[in-house]
Each structure stands twice: as structure tokens, then as C-alpha cells.
Write a protein that binds this ligand. Structure first.
Ligand code: BJ8
Length: 383
């Protein structure tokens, strides 16, 4: 990829700047809710005049201490998130008034029981399938219970008007984010996968949604203009990759950065910290709870069984982004993504006729060299 304009603050810099922002927010009396998952309907949080703050951790630093309580052979995302809470080293956890979890994977839901001993953790009961008639109804009721929980917790009333306002605001953000995360559709790509990942993850540490939208819209324009002036009409022999699987913020450097340095472009990131959660909007008319239930039950995480929409969405992304190969990131001991990877490989290779590489890894640097070798061999295969 040609050199793109305007280097951005690193993920670590933004995370540190966010420490100060969350402290200031709390001191100004703002409500903060810690969240762990894309299934949490954050519109309800905004409607409570609170801000959601993502707590999924990406650092190996607190893992040894987490292992004094949790088993070693557990997903690094779960261990790191719990470790930060246990060691009181995460200001985002510290300043959260309440934590919201959800019954996704077994590891997370059992960890939430222990987390609740450190700070109150409310767990949304997510159905583990979309394919039975009551699933949507149950999830709708669960969203209403969550609203009631926040009303009790803060002693407030959350009106449907407030929820509708939050739906519109979040939809606007989804539009802006989808445009930014679709820059990889251009040929040659107008953005690196590393930038997409770093920027979207860092955005979680900036709490003003309007400011976030402005920043992403401006960056999209800047990159589009650069592409028009300097890249359009040129050719590229860099393979175009789709990255799927578990959230990859803790392994971004050793996989996404590494493969791009080796000569590929990660044009689309089909994960919870990528485009996956931005594509579907919430209906703005009709019953707000129906609309939220529909949107959030359709998140295509492997915790859903069966999970056919994931394949349909992946197929569309492969075609629209003109993808040459797929890399799947599987965090160690993530059984749902690991087992589903068999079907992903089958889908990618047999139905789409593309090469597939599955990488099972954790947050340590121990396998960095081995991963680089496998990425190199994969790119050679892609020609
Ligand atoms: S909707 S991807 S954010 S659960 S990687 S903790 S599944 S063992 S992070 Fe996730 Fe919500 Fe799904 Fe997205 Fe468990 Fe797997 Fe770990 Fe995971």
C-alpha cells in the first residue's frame, strides 16, 4: 500500500488520554456504565443520560494475577478484563457506576459472577439462538428489564422518546463508521486494516459521540481525497484480505500489522471491533424495544447456534470488498469461534473458492515469530 496521509495517535496514547477524560466525566457528575459486548443495547444507556465504556481488555499485563482466580486455559480477553478489575488498574472499570455483562460464552458469564464481587455486575440473559419463535420476544423483555434496572439504579425514568433519540444518534454514528470502514472497498485500498482497527478501538475511549462522528467523517474525507489524487487508477499486487473471528485488539500488531508489513492489505475487518456491528441499523419507527431486540439479536457472534447470518454477511463482504483470502483470529480457549472455524474454512474454501488461514493465539508475544512465518507462507500461496 502507498503511504497514507496523516499519522494518527496510537491506540495506547488515546487509551491514556481517555483515563483523564473518564475521570473528568465522573467529576462533572456524568453517569458511566462499563460494558463487555456488542449485544448490549447501548441506546438504553444513552437514554439514561449515561455513557457506555467498553471494558474488553487487550493487554497481557494483568493476566498472571487473573490466573490466581481464573483457570489458565481460558480466553485471554476474559482473563485480561477480569485481571484489570482484580488489580484495580483500569480507570474505566474504576469509574464505571455499574457493569453490564451478558450470557454470551460460558467463560464470560462465569467470570461475571466473580466480577460482581468486585463491582455490581448486571447480566443480560441473551438467548443462545435466534431460530425459535420466542427468542425475539424473550430478548425484547430482557431489554425492557435492563431499562428498568437502570431506572432503579439511578432513580430516574427512561422515556421512549429518549430511547428513540438515542437510536437516531447511534444510527448516525453507524453510518459514519460504515463509510470509514468501507474505504477498503476502493481499489487499491484507501486505508490500512491496522488504521481501521487502531482507530475504532481507540474511539471507545472518547465519550462524546458527536465528536467521534466528526473525527471519523473528517478522516474518511481526508483518505478519500488522498485516494482520488494519488492512488486512483494505479494497480496493486497486494492481496486483499478479510479478517474474521474473535475481537483482535489484543493481537492486532502480531497479525494485522504483521501481514500488512509482509505485503497484504486487510481491507475489511469482520469482527466485533470491525464492521460487524456497524452494518445493521436500528429501525427508527415503530416500537423501540422491538427495533432494538431485532438489531441486537442479529449480531453474528459465534455464541449463537446456529449462526447462518454470519456466513451470509461474510459472503457479501468477500464480494463487495473483492477479497482474495481470509484470515480468522481465534483467541485461545474460545470454543465457539474455534469450533465454528471449521465451517468458516469450509465456507471460504468450498463456497467462495478462496484460501483460508486460521490462527489460534493469545495475548503473549511467544508465538509472534511462528505467526509471521505462517502469514508469510499464506501470502506466498496467494501469489
Ligand atoms: S458479540 S465476539 S464482544 S461475545 S473471544 S470472550 S466469545 S471466549 S469476545 Fe465477544 Fe460479544 Fe461475541 Fe462480540 Fe468468549 Fe470467545 Fe473470549 Fe469472546
Amino acid at each position: 500500500m502507498q503511504k497514507l496521509p496523516g499519522n494518527f495517535e496510537t491506540y495506547d496514547e488515546t487509551r491514556k488520554a481517555g483515563f483523564l477524560k473518564v475521570k473528568e466525566l465522573k467529576e462533572s457528575g456524568k453517569r458511566v456504565i462499563g460494558t463487555f459486548c456488542s449485544y448490549v443495547p447501548c441506546e438504553i444507556i444513552y437514554a439514561a443520560d449515561a455513557v457506555p465504556c467498553g471494558l474488553c481488555a487487550s493487554s497481557e499485563e494483568p493476566i498472571p494475577e487473573a490466573e490466581s482466580v481464573l483457570p489458565r486455559n481460558l480466553c485471554p480477553l476474559i482473563k485480561a478484563s477480569y485481571g484489570f478489575a482484580l488489580t484495580d488498574k483500569c480507570p474505566y472499570f474504576y469509574y464505571s457506576d455499574l457493569i453490564v455483562g451478558e450470557t454470551t460464552c460460558d467463560g464470560k458469564k462465569k467470570m461475571f459472577e466473580l466480577l460482581n464481587e468486585i463491582k455490581e455486575t448486571y447480566v443480560l440473559k441473551l438467548p443462545n439462538s435466534r431460530d425459535y419463535p420466542e427468542a425475539l420476544k424473550e430478548w425484547r423483555s430482557e431489554i425492557i428489564r435492563f431499562k428498568e434496572k437502570l431506572e432503579d439504579f439511578y432513580g430516574i425514568t427512561i422515556t421512549e422518546d429518549k430511547i428513540r433519540e438515542a437510536i437516531r444518534m447511534k444510527n448516525k454514528e453507524r453510518e459514519v463508521m460504515t463509510e470509514y470502514l468501507s474505504l477498503g472497498k476502493l481499489y487499491p485500498a484507501a486505508i490500512s486494516g491496522y488504521e481501521m482497527g487502531s482507530r475504532t478501538d481507540a474511539a471507545g475511549f472518547s465519550f462524546d459521540i458527536e465528536e467521534r462522528c466528526k473525527t471519523f467523517a473528517a478522516r474518511t474525507e481526508e483518505l478519500k481525497q488522498y485516494w482520488e489524487e494519488h492512488i486512483k487508477g494505479t494497480t496493486s499486487d497486494r492481496p486483499r484480505l478479510l479478517v474474521t473471528g474473535c475481537p483482535n485488539m489484543g493481537v492486532r500488531d502480531k497479525i494485522i500489522k504483521a501481514v500488512e508489513e509482509l505485503g497484504a492489505d486487510c481491507v475489511v475487518i469482520d469482527t466485533c471491533n470491525g464492521i460487524r456491528t456497524q452494518l445493521d441499523k436500528v429501525e427508527e419507527t415503530g416500537d423501540v424495544y422491538d427495533a432494538l431486540a431485532k438489531k441486537y439479536l442479529n449480531v453474528t457472534c459465534s455464541v449463537m447456534s446456529p449462526n447462518q447470518p454470519r456466513f451470509e454477511e461474510m459472503g457479501r463482504l468477500i464480494d463487495e470488498f473483492r477479497v482474495d483470502g481470509v484470515i480468522e483470529v481465534i483467541l485461545q480457549a474460545c470454543h465457539t469461534f474455534n469450533i465454528e472455524s471449521y465451517n468458516v474454512k469450509r465456507y471460504v474454501t468450498e463456497e467462495k473458492g478462496l484460501p483460508y488461514l486460521g490462527l489460534e493465539t493469545d495475548y503473549s508475544q511467544a508465538d509472534k515469530g511462528q505467526i509471521a512465518t505462517r502469514l508469510g507462507a499464506f501470502l506466498e500461496m496467494l501469489g
